[in-house]
Design a protein around this ligand. Structure first.
Ligand code: GDG
Length: 540
């Protein structure tokens, strides 16, 4: 039976023939291009390379499709070790670097010059685009689009996107059939257009993991930049967002800034330059089995031994990158207010904040980490009890995914109060793993709110008082209510695996190209997916 997608536009129907998806995936190579690859390399003293799995939501989510479908990843060399490994591969004519036996990942590195990479990553992508797309700029003061920013745009963002596009085009050429290319996120907005210019038949899909703001806010970028971003995205066949709201904002932005773009809001599509581009929502999820496996792994269990030292009669947990959009400081302010208003909880509740330092080359992130530490110091100084040794906030800093998942098993309250967030995987992981009928306090600005909101306490992210109230409500809620909500959350997450997220995108690409779809008059009969699929794909 055909099933409706969650995009809310009523267009996304899973093909009747689910076998078609498997056939396409068996017979066509899959290329995933993302700034950060699934692993980073380091060169060891004995001259061998060690590969470590990367961090962050995009890698966590996209890695989970790798096990089944072995995509070719195209990713930037981010570390010295990556560069050295890429050099060895180039010297030895190794087209794809394989990791694991049997290979879990096959990777090609894009190797920008360090200065170009710095401009693309540390000046344009983070913070300029990230801040813009999370409404983080303090607009009377910043951003200033200076000569340096323009230089970083052309010599960094445009240049590195071109390197990615070159690599994608070259990889497609080495394949016997036209691969499916899935571009990831805000680092690669120009890539779709650049690939399309050189490979008009390319099958291109771009998924944006973060919010897409309204056209008015995009005006912080000069017209040439915002237009290039939209036009680059319109080089794809389908562009995907976390929520229908962000998909709609993208269409509004194209209508506002792309000359000649015709928007079909009913069918959620843009017509431009003789092509039709579909705009879809694919709410991302987690790989429930993999998350459980890691949370109960030997390594996670080793953390189970000492993590309880941080727990108390009641434990509030948060897990995030040290990232302004995650709203960590306001979370502490709310806890401060909660302790002030409910003195009976002093000494009985700990707030455990697992914080992963992130983007430390960007000054805004260094400053934010300082703000986080200062808030912890101030609140701990205010409430700490020297007689009992009680400290209200426990800040656990550093990168360790199994530890983060281990901690999620034990909270009474999980605080996810992001100002705005594409989805927020922590909310879903916590819902899946928690064993104490823990309550989720969830920002209405997180994409996850539309899926989990019915069984969470929803807060407005700037509402410090409301968040403090929610903490009190969560910690005093009757067990039966907590259990009902926790079960509801777990069911919602279990019913919506990341595999569905991935397969829905492939299904839509097939439907996009098929003559049977509801919008058949616009179907692109020249698309390679519309023709019979050639057998025997090989990637030399
Ligand atoms: C972006 C969007 C969207 C936690 N500690 C470590 C670690 N984690 C894991 C978490 C979670 C992931 O990293 C973070 O995902 P989030 O979704 O919470 O946030 P972002 O990193 O901002 O992700 C977001 C996501 O992409 C997917 O589309 O949901 O909206 O902003 O799984 O448990 N991972 C590693 N080390 C840790 O110490 N490697």
């Amino acid at each position: 039976m055909a099933r409706q997608t969650e995009n809310g536009h009523g267009l996304g129907q899973m093909p009747e023939d689910a076998g078609a998806i498997d056939r396409v995936l068996r017979e066509r190579p899959l290329i995933v291009a993302s700034n950060r690859g699934p692993v980073t390399c380091s060169l060891e003293d004995d001259g061998t390379f060690r590969a470590r799995k990367g961090s962050g939501g995009v890698v966590t989510a996209v890695s989970s499709i790798a096990r089944e479908h072995q995509p070719i990843w195209i990713a930037a060399a981010m570390t010295e070790g990556d560069r050295a490994r890429a050099e060895v591969a180039a010297r030895q004519g190794e087209h794809l670097i394989e990791f694991g036996r049997p290979p879990e990942f096959r990777l090609r590195f894009v190797v920008p010059a360090p200065e170009a990479y710095h401009q693309y990553y540390n000046v344009i992508s983070n913070p300029l685009l990230w801040f813009l797309q999370h409404y983080l700029w303090d607009t009377p003061r910043s951003p200033d689009i200076t000569h340096e920013i323009w230089t970083a745009w052309y010599d960094g963002y445009v240049a590195v996107n071109r390197l990615f596009a070159d690599e994608i085009v070259a990889t497609c050429e080495r394949c016997e059939t036209q691969p499916i290319v899935m571009l990831q996120d805000y680092h690669l907005y120009l890539c779709g257009g650049m690939v399309r210019e050189r490979n008009p038949d390319a099958i291109l899909q771009h998924f944006v993991h973060i919010p897409w703001p309204d056209p008015d806010y995009w005006r912080l970028l000069p017209m040439a930049m915002r237009r290039a971003i939209c036009e680059g995205m319109l080089g794809n066949d389908i562009v995907g967002f976390q929520t229908p709201e962000h998909a709609r904002s993208f269409m509004y932005t194209c209508e506002a800034y792309v000359d000649g773009a015709e928007i079909d809001y009913d069918r959620s599509a843009v017509r431009w330059n003789g092509r039709r581009i579909e705009v879809r929502a694919y709410p991302i999820s987690i790989d429930a089995n993999a998350v459980r496996r890691i949370a109960y792994s030997k390594e996670a269990r080793s953390h189970d031994r000492y993590l309880p030292n941080h727990w108390n009669e009641f434990t509030i947990l948060r897990v995030d990158r040290a990232e302004p959009s995650k709203n960590i400081v306001r979370g502490f302010q709310a806890f401060d207010r909660f302790l002030e208003a409910h003195r009976e909880f002093q000494g009985r509740v700990n707030f455990v904040a697992i914080t992963v330092p992130s983007r430390m080359d960007v000054p805004e992130y260094q400053d934010y980490l300082d703000d986080v530490s200062a808030a912890v110091g101030r609140i701990n100084a205010r409430y700490a009890n020297v007689e009992t040794g009680w400290q209200p906030i426990h800040l656990i800093m550093g990168e360790n995914y199994p530890r983060a998942l281990a901690a999620m098993k034990w909270y009474d309250v999980l605080l996810v109060n992001a100002i705005i967030d594409g989805m927020n995987l922590v909310a879903k992981e916590g819902a899946l793993l928690n064993e104490r009928n823990g309550v989720l306090i969830l920002s209405e600005g997180a994409g996850a709110a539309s899926q989990l909101g019915d069984n969470a306490l929803i807060i407005a992210p700037a509402d410090v008082e409301g968040t403090a109230d929610a903490m009190h409500q969560a910690l005093t809620m009757p067990l039966a209510d907590r259990r009902r909500m926790a079960e509801g959350l777990r069911r919602a997450v279990e019913a919506d695996d990341v595999a569905d997220w991935f397969r829905q995108q492939i299904a839509d690409l097939i439907r996009y190209a098929s003559a049977d779809e509801p919008d058949a008059d616009h179907a692109d009969a020249s698309s390679p997916l519309a023709s019979p699929i050639e057998p025997d794909v090989a990637v030399p």
